[in-house]
Design a protein around this ligand. Structure first.
Ligand code: ZN
Length: 498
């Protein structure tokens, strides 16, 4: 069995952030041809392991992944897809396996994965099996469902199952290629848009309940795979929605029935997925009533992992205004301020204009006087998550102390898993009263065991906890949470070609 394997993996944001170009992929992971055969972790690592165990002949294409951002530039997308297609001669393979995200965008507003899978289908013809893995925050579009034979999403949030998702995708493709299964795939979704804060898959939350029910369908006869999706709501496409995708062995009616069951329950669960938020000042007041620390200030509206630029100073402003005796840690992406710290060197006193230079629509810079405590090249290694073991870089970085507020200034936005960035600059969250964290979910895992409390903040930014106030251009009402009741609402059902 000869199988092609590749990946173009990015989550994009259509409300902010900075564009993704080839350099951004080079900063994370860009491996061509044979070089990608050494990948041992993540989705691609899981795929390769199963294919090798099944004695498949692997045709390596290209692995490109990077931190979330604004849309991918057209030049970057064209370059990556050209390389991918040039490495893929359809007559040389029996199937194609791709690791995708599902919420990519090509600038200005093209569904990346839909476009890629449609182009790939034209390239390989109608017969060759094509399987792709997705993030559970994917926007599953009609083009994706029509052009893939099977789509498989990861099952955990915080995301901890990239490797096993790769394994699941590889097993499915091998079963299809050897004629064991004929996949029939249906996606059913409802217009429920939520930030990620209430999307944990462990415990007793609404999304966890939906996930358990969705996965329970895999025990039924004839069901090959089920996936639950909470759409990345910081995209702006018509037809955004959340729900389930079910793949059966040649039984479209069953796939539609089960996917629809989940979509209807998803709508019923909508209120439980909305996250209450606090102003930074209120969160600091409430945090001061708690003994010790760290108390996490979750500035999720500026989440680099959701595509934001990471350059908001809303929490930093509130911490400086609170004038605390205890140490707080905060982070901001600001290339100019990082360069100023590097020119001045450690120990220098500086006055910096900080924040809102990359994505100025969400606030104004603040003027801060402080001491440059430390500078570095910004390199760090992920301890866990979807890039576990990968070396990444914030670019030239500095710790700038404005009194007891220690500000980590980086040059590039980087995905937050746990506290790797802080610790790489010798900032220890365990010893701080307040720690600003810019992600909606991973903090539950990354700071587990040391946190006294966590408050989700209401701050401006392109990745807010609630999308109630986002101005969509392409996504049309009605949708939750703007429309809380929608008379006559039925799931939108997408079916594969099978
Ligand atoms: Zn995700």
């Amino acid at each position: 069995m000869r199988l092609a394997v590749g990946s173009i993996f990015i989550e994009c944001n259509q409300f902010g952030g900075t564009p993704a170009d080839l350099v951004r992929f080079e900063q994370y992971e860009l491996l061509r041809g044979e070089a990608m055969l050494g990948v041992g972790e993540g989705v691609v690592g899981g795929m390769l392991e199963v294919l090798r165990a099944g004695a498949a002949e692997i045709h390596p294409l290209l692995v490109a992944s990077t931190c979330s951002s604004g849309p991918v530039t057209r030049a970057c997308y064209d370059r990556l897809t050209t390389e991918l297609f040039e490495a893929l001669a359809p007559e040389d393979v029996d199937g194609v396996l791709l690791a995708l995200h599902g919420s990519g965008v090509v600038a200005p507003a093209t569904d990346l994965e839909g476009d890629l899978l449609a182009a790939l289908r034209r390239h390989i013809g109608p017969e060759l099996p094509l399987v792709a893995t997705l993030d559970l925050h994917a926007h599953v579009s009609e083009a994706m469902v029509h052009n893939a034979d099977a789509l498989v999403a990861w099952e955990t949030y915080p995301h901890k199952d990239a490797f096993t998702t790769g394994q699941r995708g590889a097993r499915l493709l091998m079963g299809i290629v050897d004629g064991q299964w004929q996949p029939a795939m249906a996606m059913a979704k409802m217009p429920v848009l939520a930030g990620g804060c209430r999307g944990q898959t462990q415990g007793d939350g609404a999304f966890a309940d939906l996930m358990r029910r969705t996965k329970s369908f895999e025990q039924r006869a004839g069901v090959l795979s089920t996936s639950l999706f909470m759409v990345h709501a910081h995209l702006d496409f018509a037809g955004l929605g959340s729900g389930a995708l079910v793949i059966t062995d040649n039984d479209m009616d069953l796939a539609v029935e089960l996917a629809t069951d989940i979509a209807k329950r998803y709508w019923q669960s909508r209120e439980a997925l909305e996250q209450p938020v606090l102003s930074p000042a209120t969160a600091i007041c409430q945090g001061l009533e708690i003994d010790g620390g760290p108390v996490l200030l979750i500035e999720t509206a500026d989440c680099a992992g959701g595509g934001a630029a990471g350059d908001s100073v809303a929490s930093i402003r509130a911490l400086i205004d609170a004038d605390l005796d205890a140490t707080s840690l905060a982070m901001v992406v600001d290339p100019e301020a990082a360069a100023a710290c590097h020119s001045a060197d450690a120990g220098a006193q500086l006055r910096l204009s900080l924040g809102h230079k990359l994505d100025p629509q969400w606030g104004k810079p603040i003027e801060v006087t402080g001491i440059v405590q430390r500078i570095s090249n910004g390199n760090f290694r992920y301890d866990g998550g979807i890039w576990a073991g990968i070396e990444a870089t914030m670019g030239p970085a500095a710790v700038f102390a404005a009194g007891e507020v220690k500000i980590l200034i980086g040059t590039h936005a980087t995905y937050d898993w746990a506290d790797e960035q802080y610790r790489s600059m010798q900032l220890e969250p365990g010893g701080a009263k307040f720690v600003v964290v810019k992600n909606p979910m991973n903090y539950r895992f990354g700071y587990a065991g040391i946190t006294k409390a966590a408050f989700i903040l209401d701050t401006p930014g392109p990745t807010p906890a609630s999308v109630r106030h986002l101005q969509y251009k392409h996504m049309q009402r009605p949708y939750f949470p703007v429309d809380t009741e929608i008379p006559g609402l039925k799931p939108t059902v997408l079916r594969s070609r099978a």
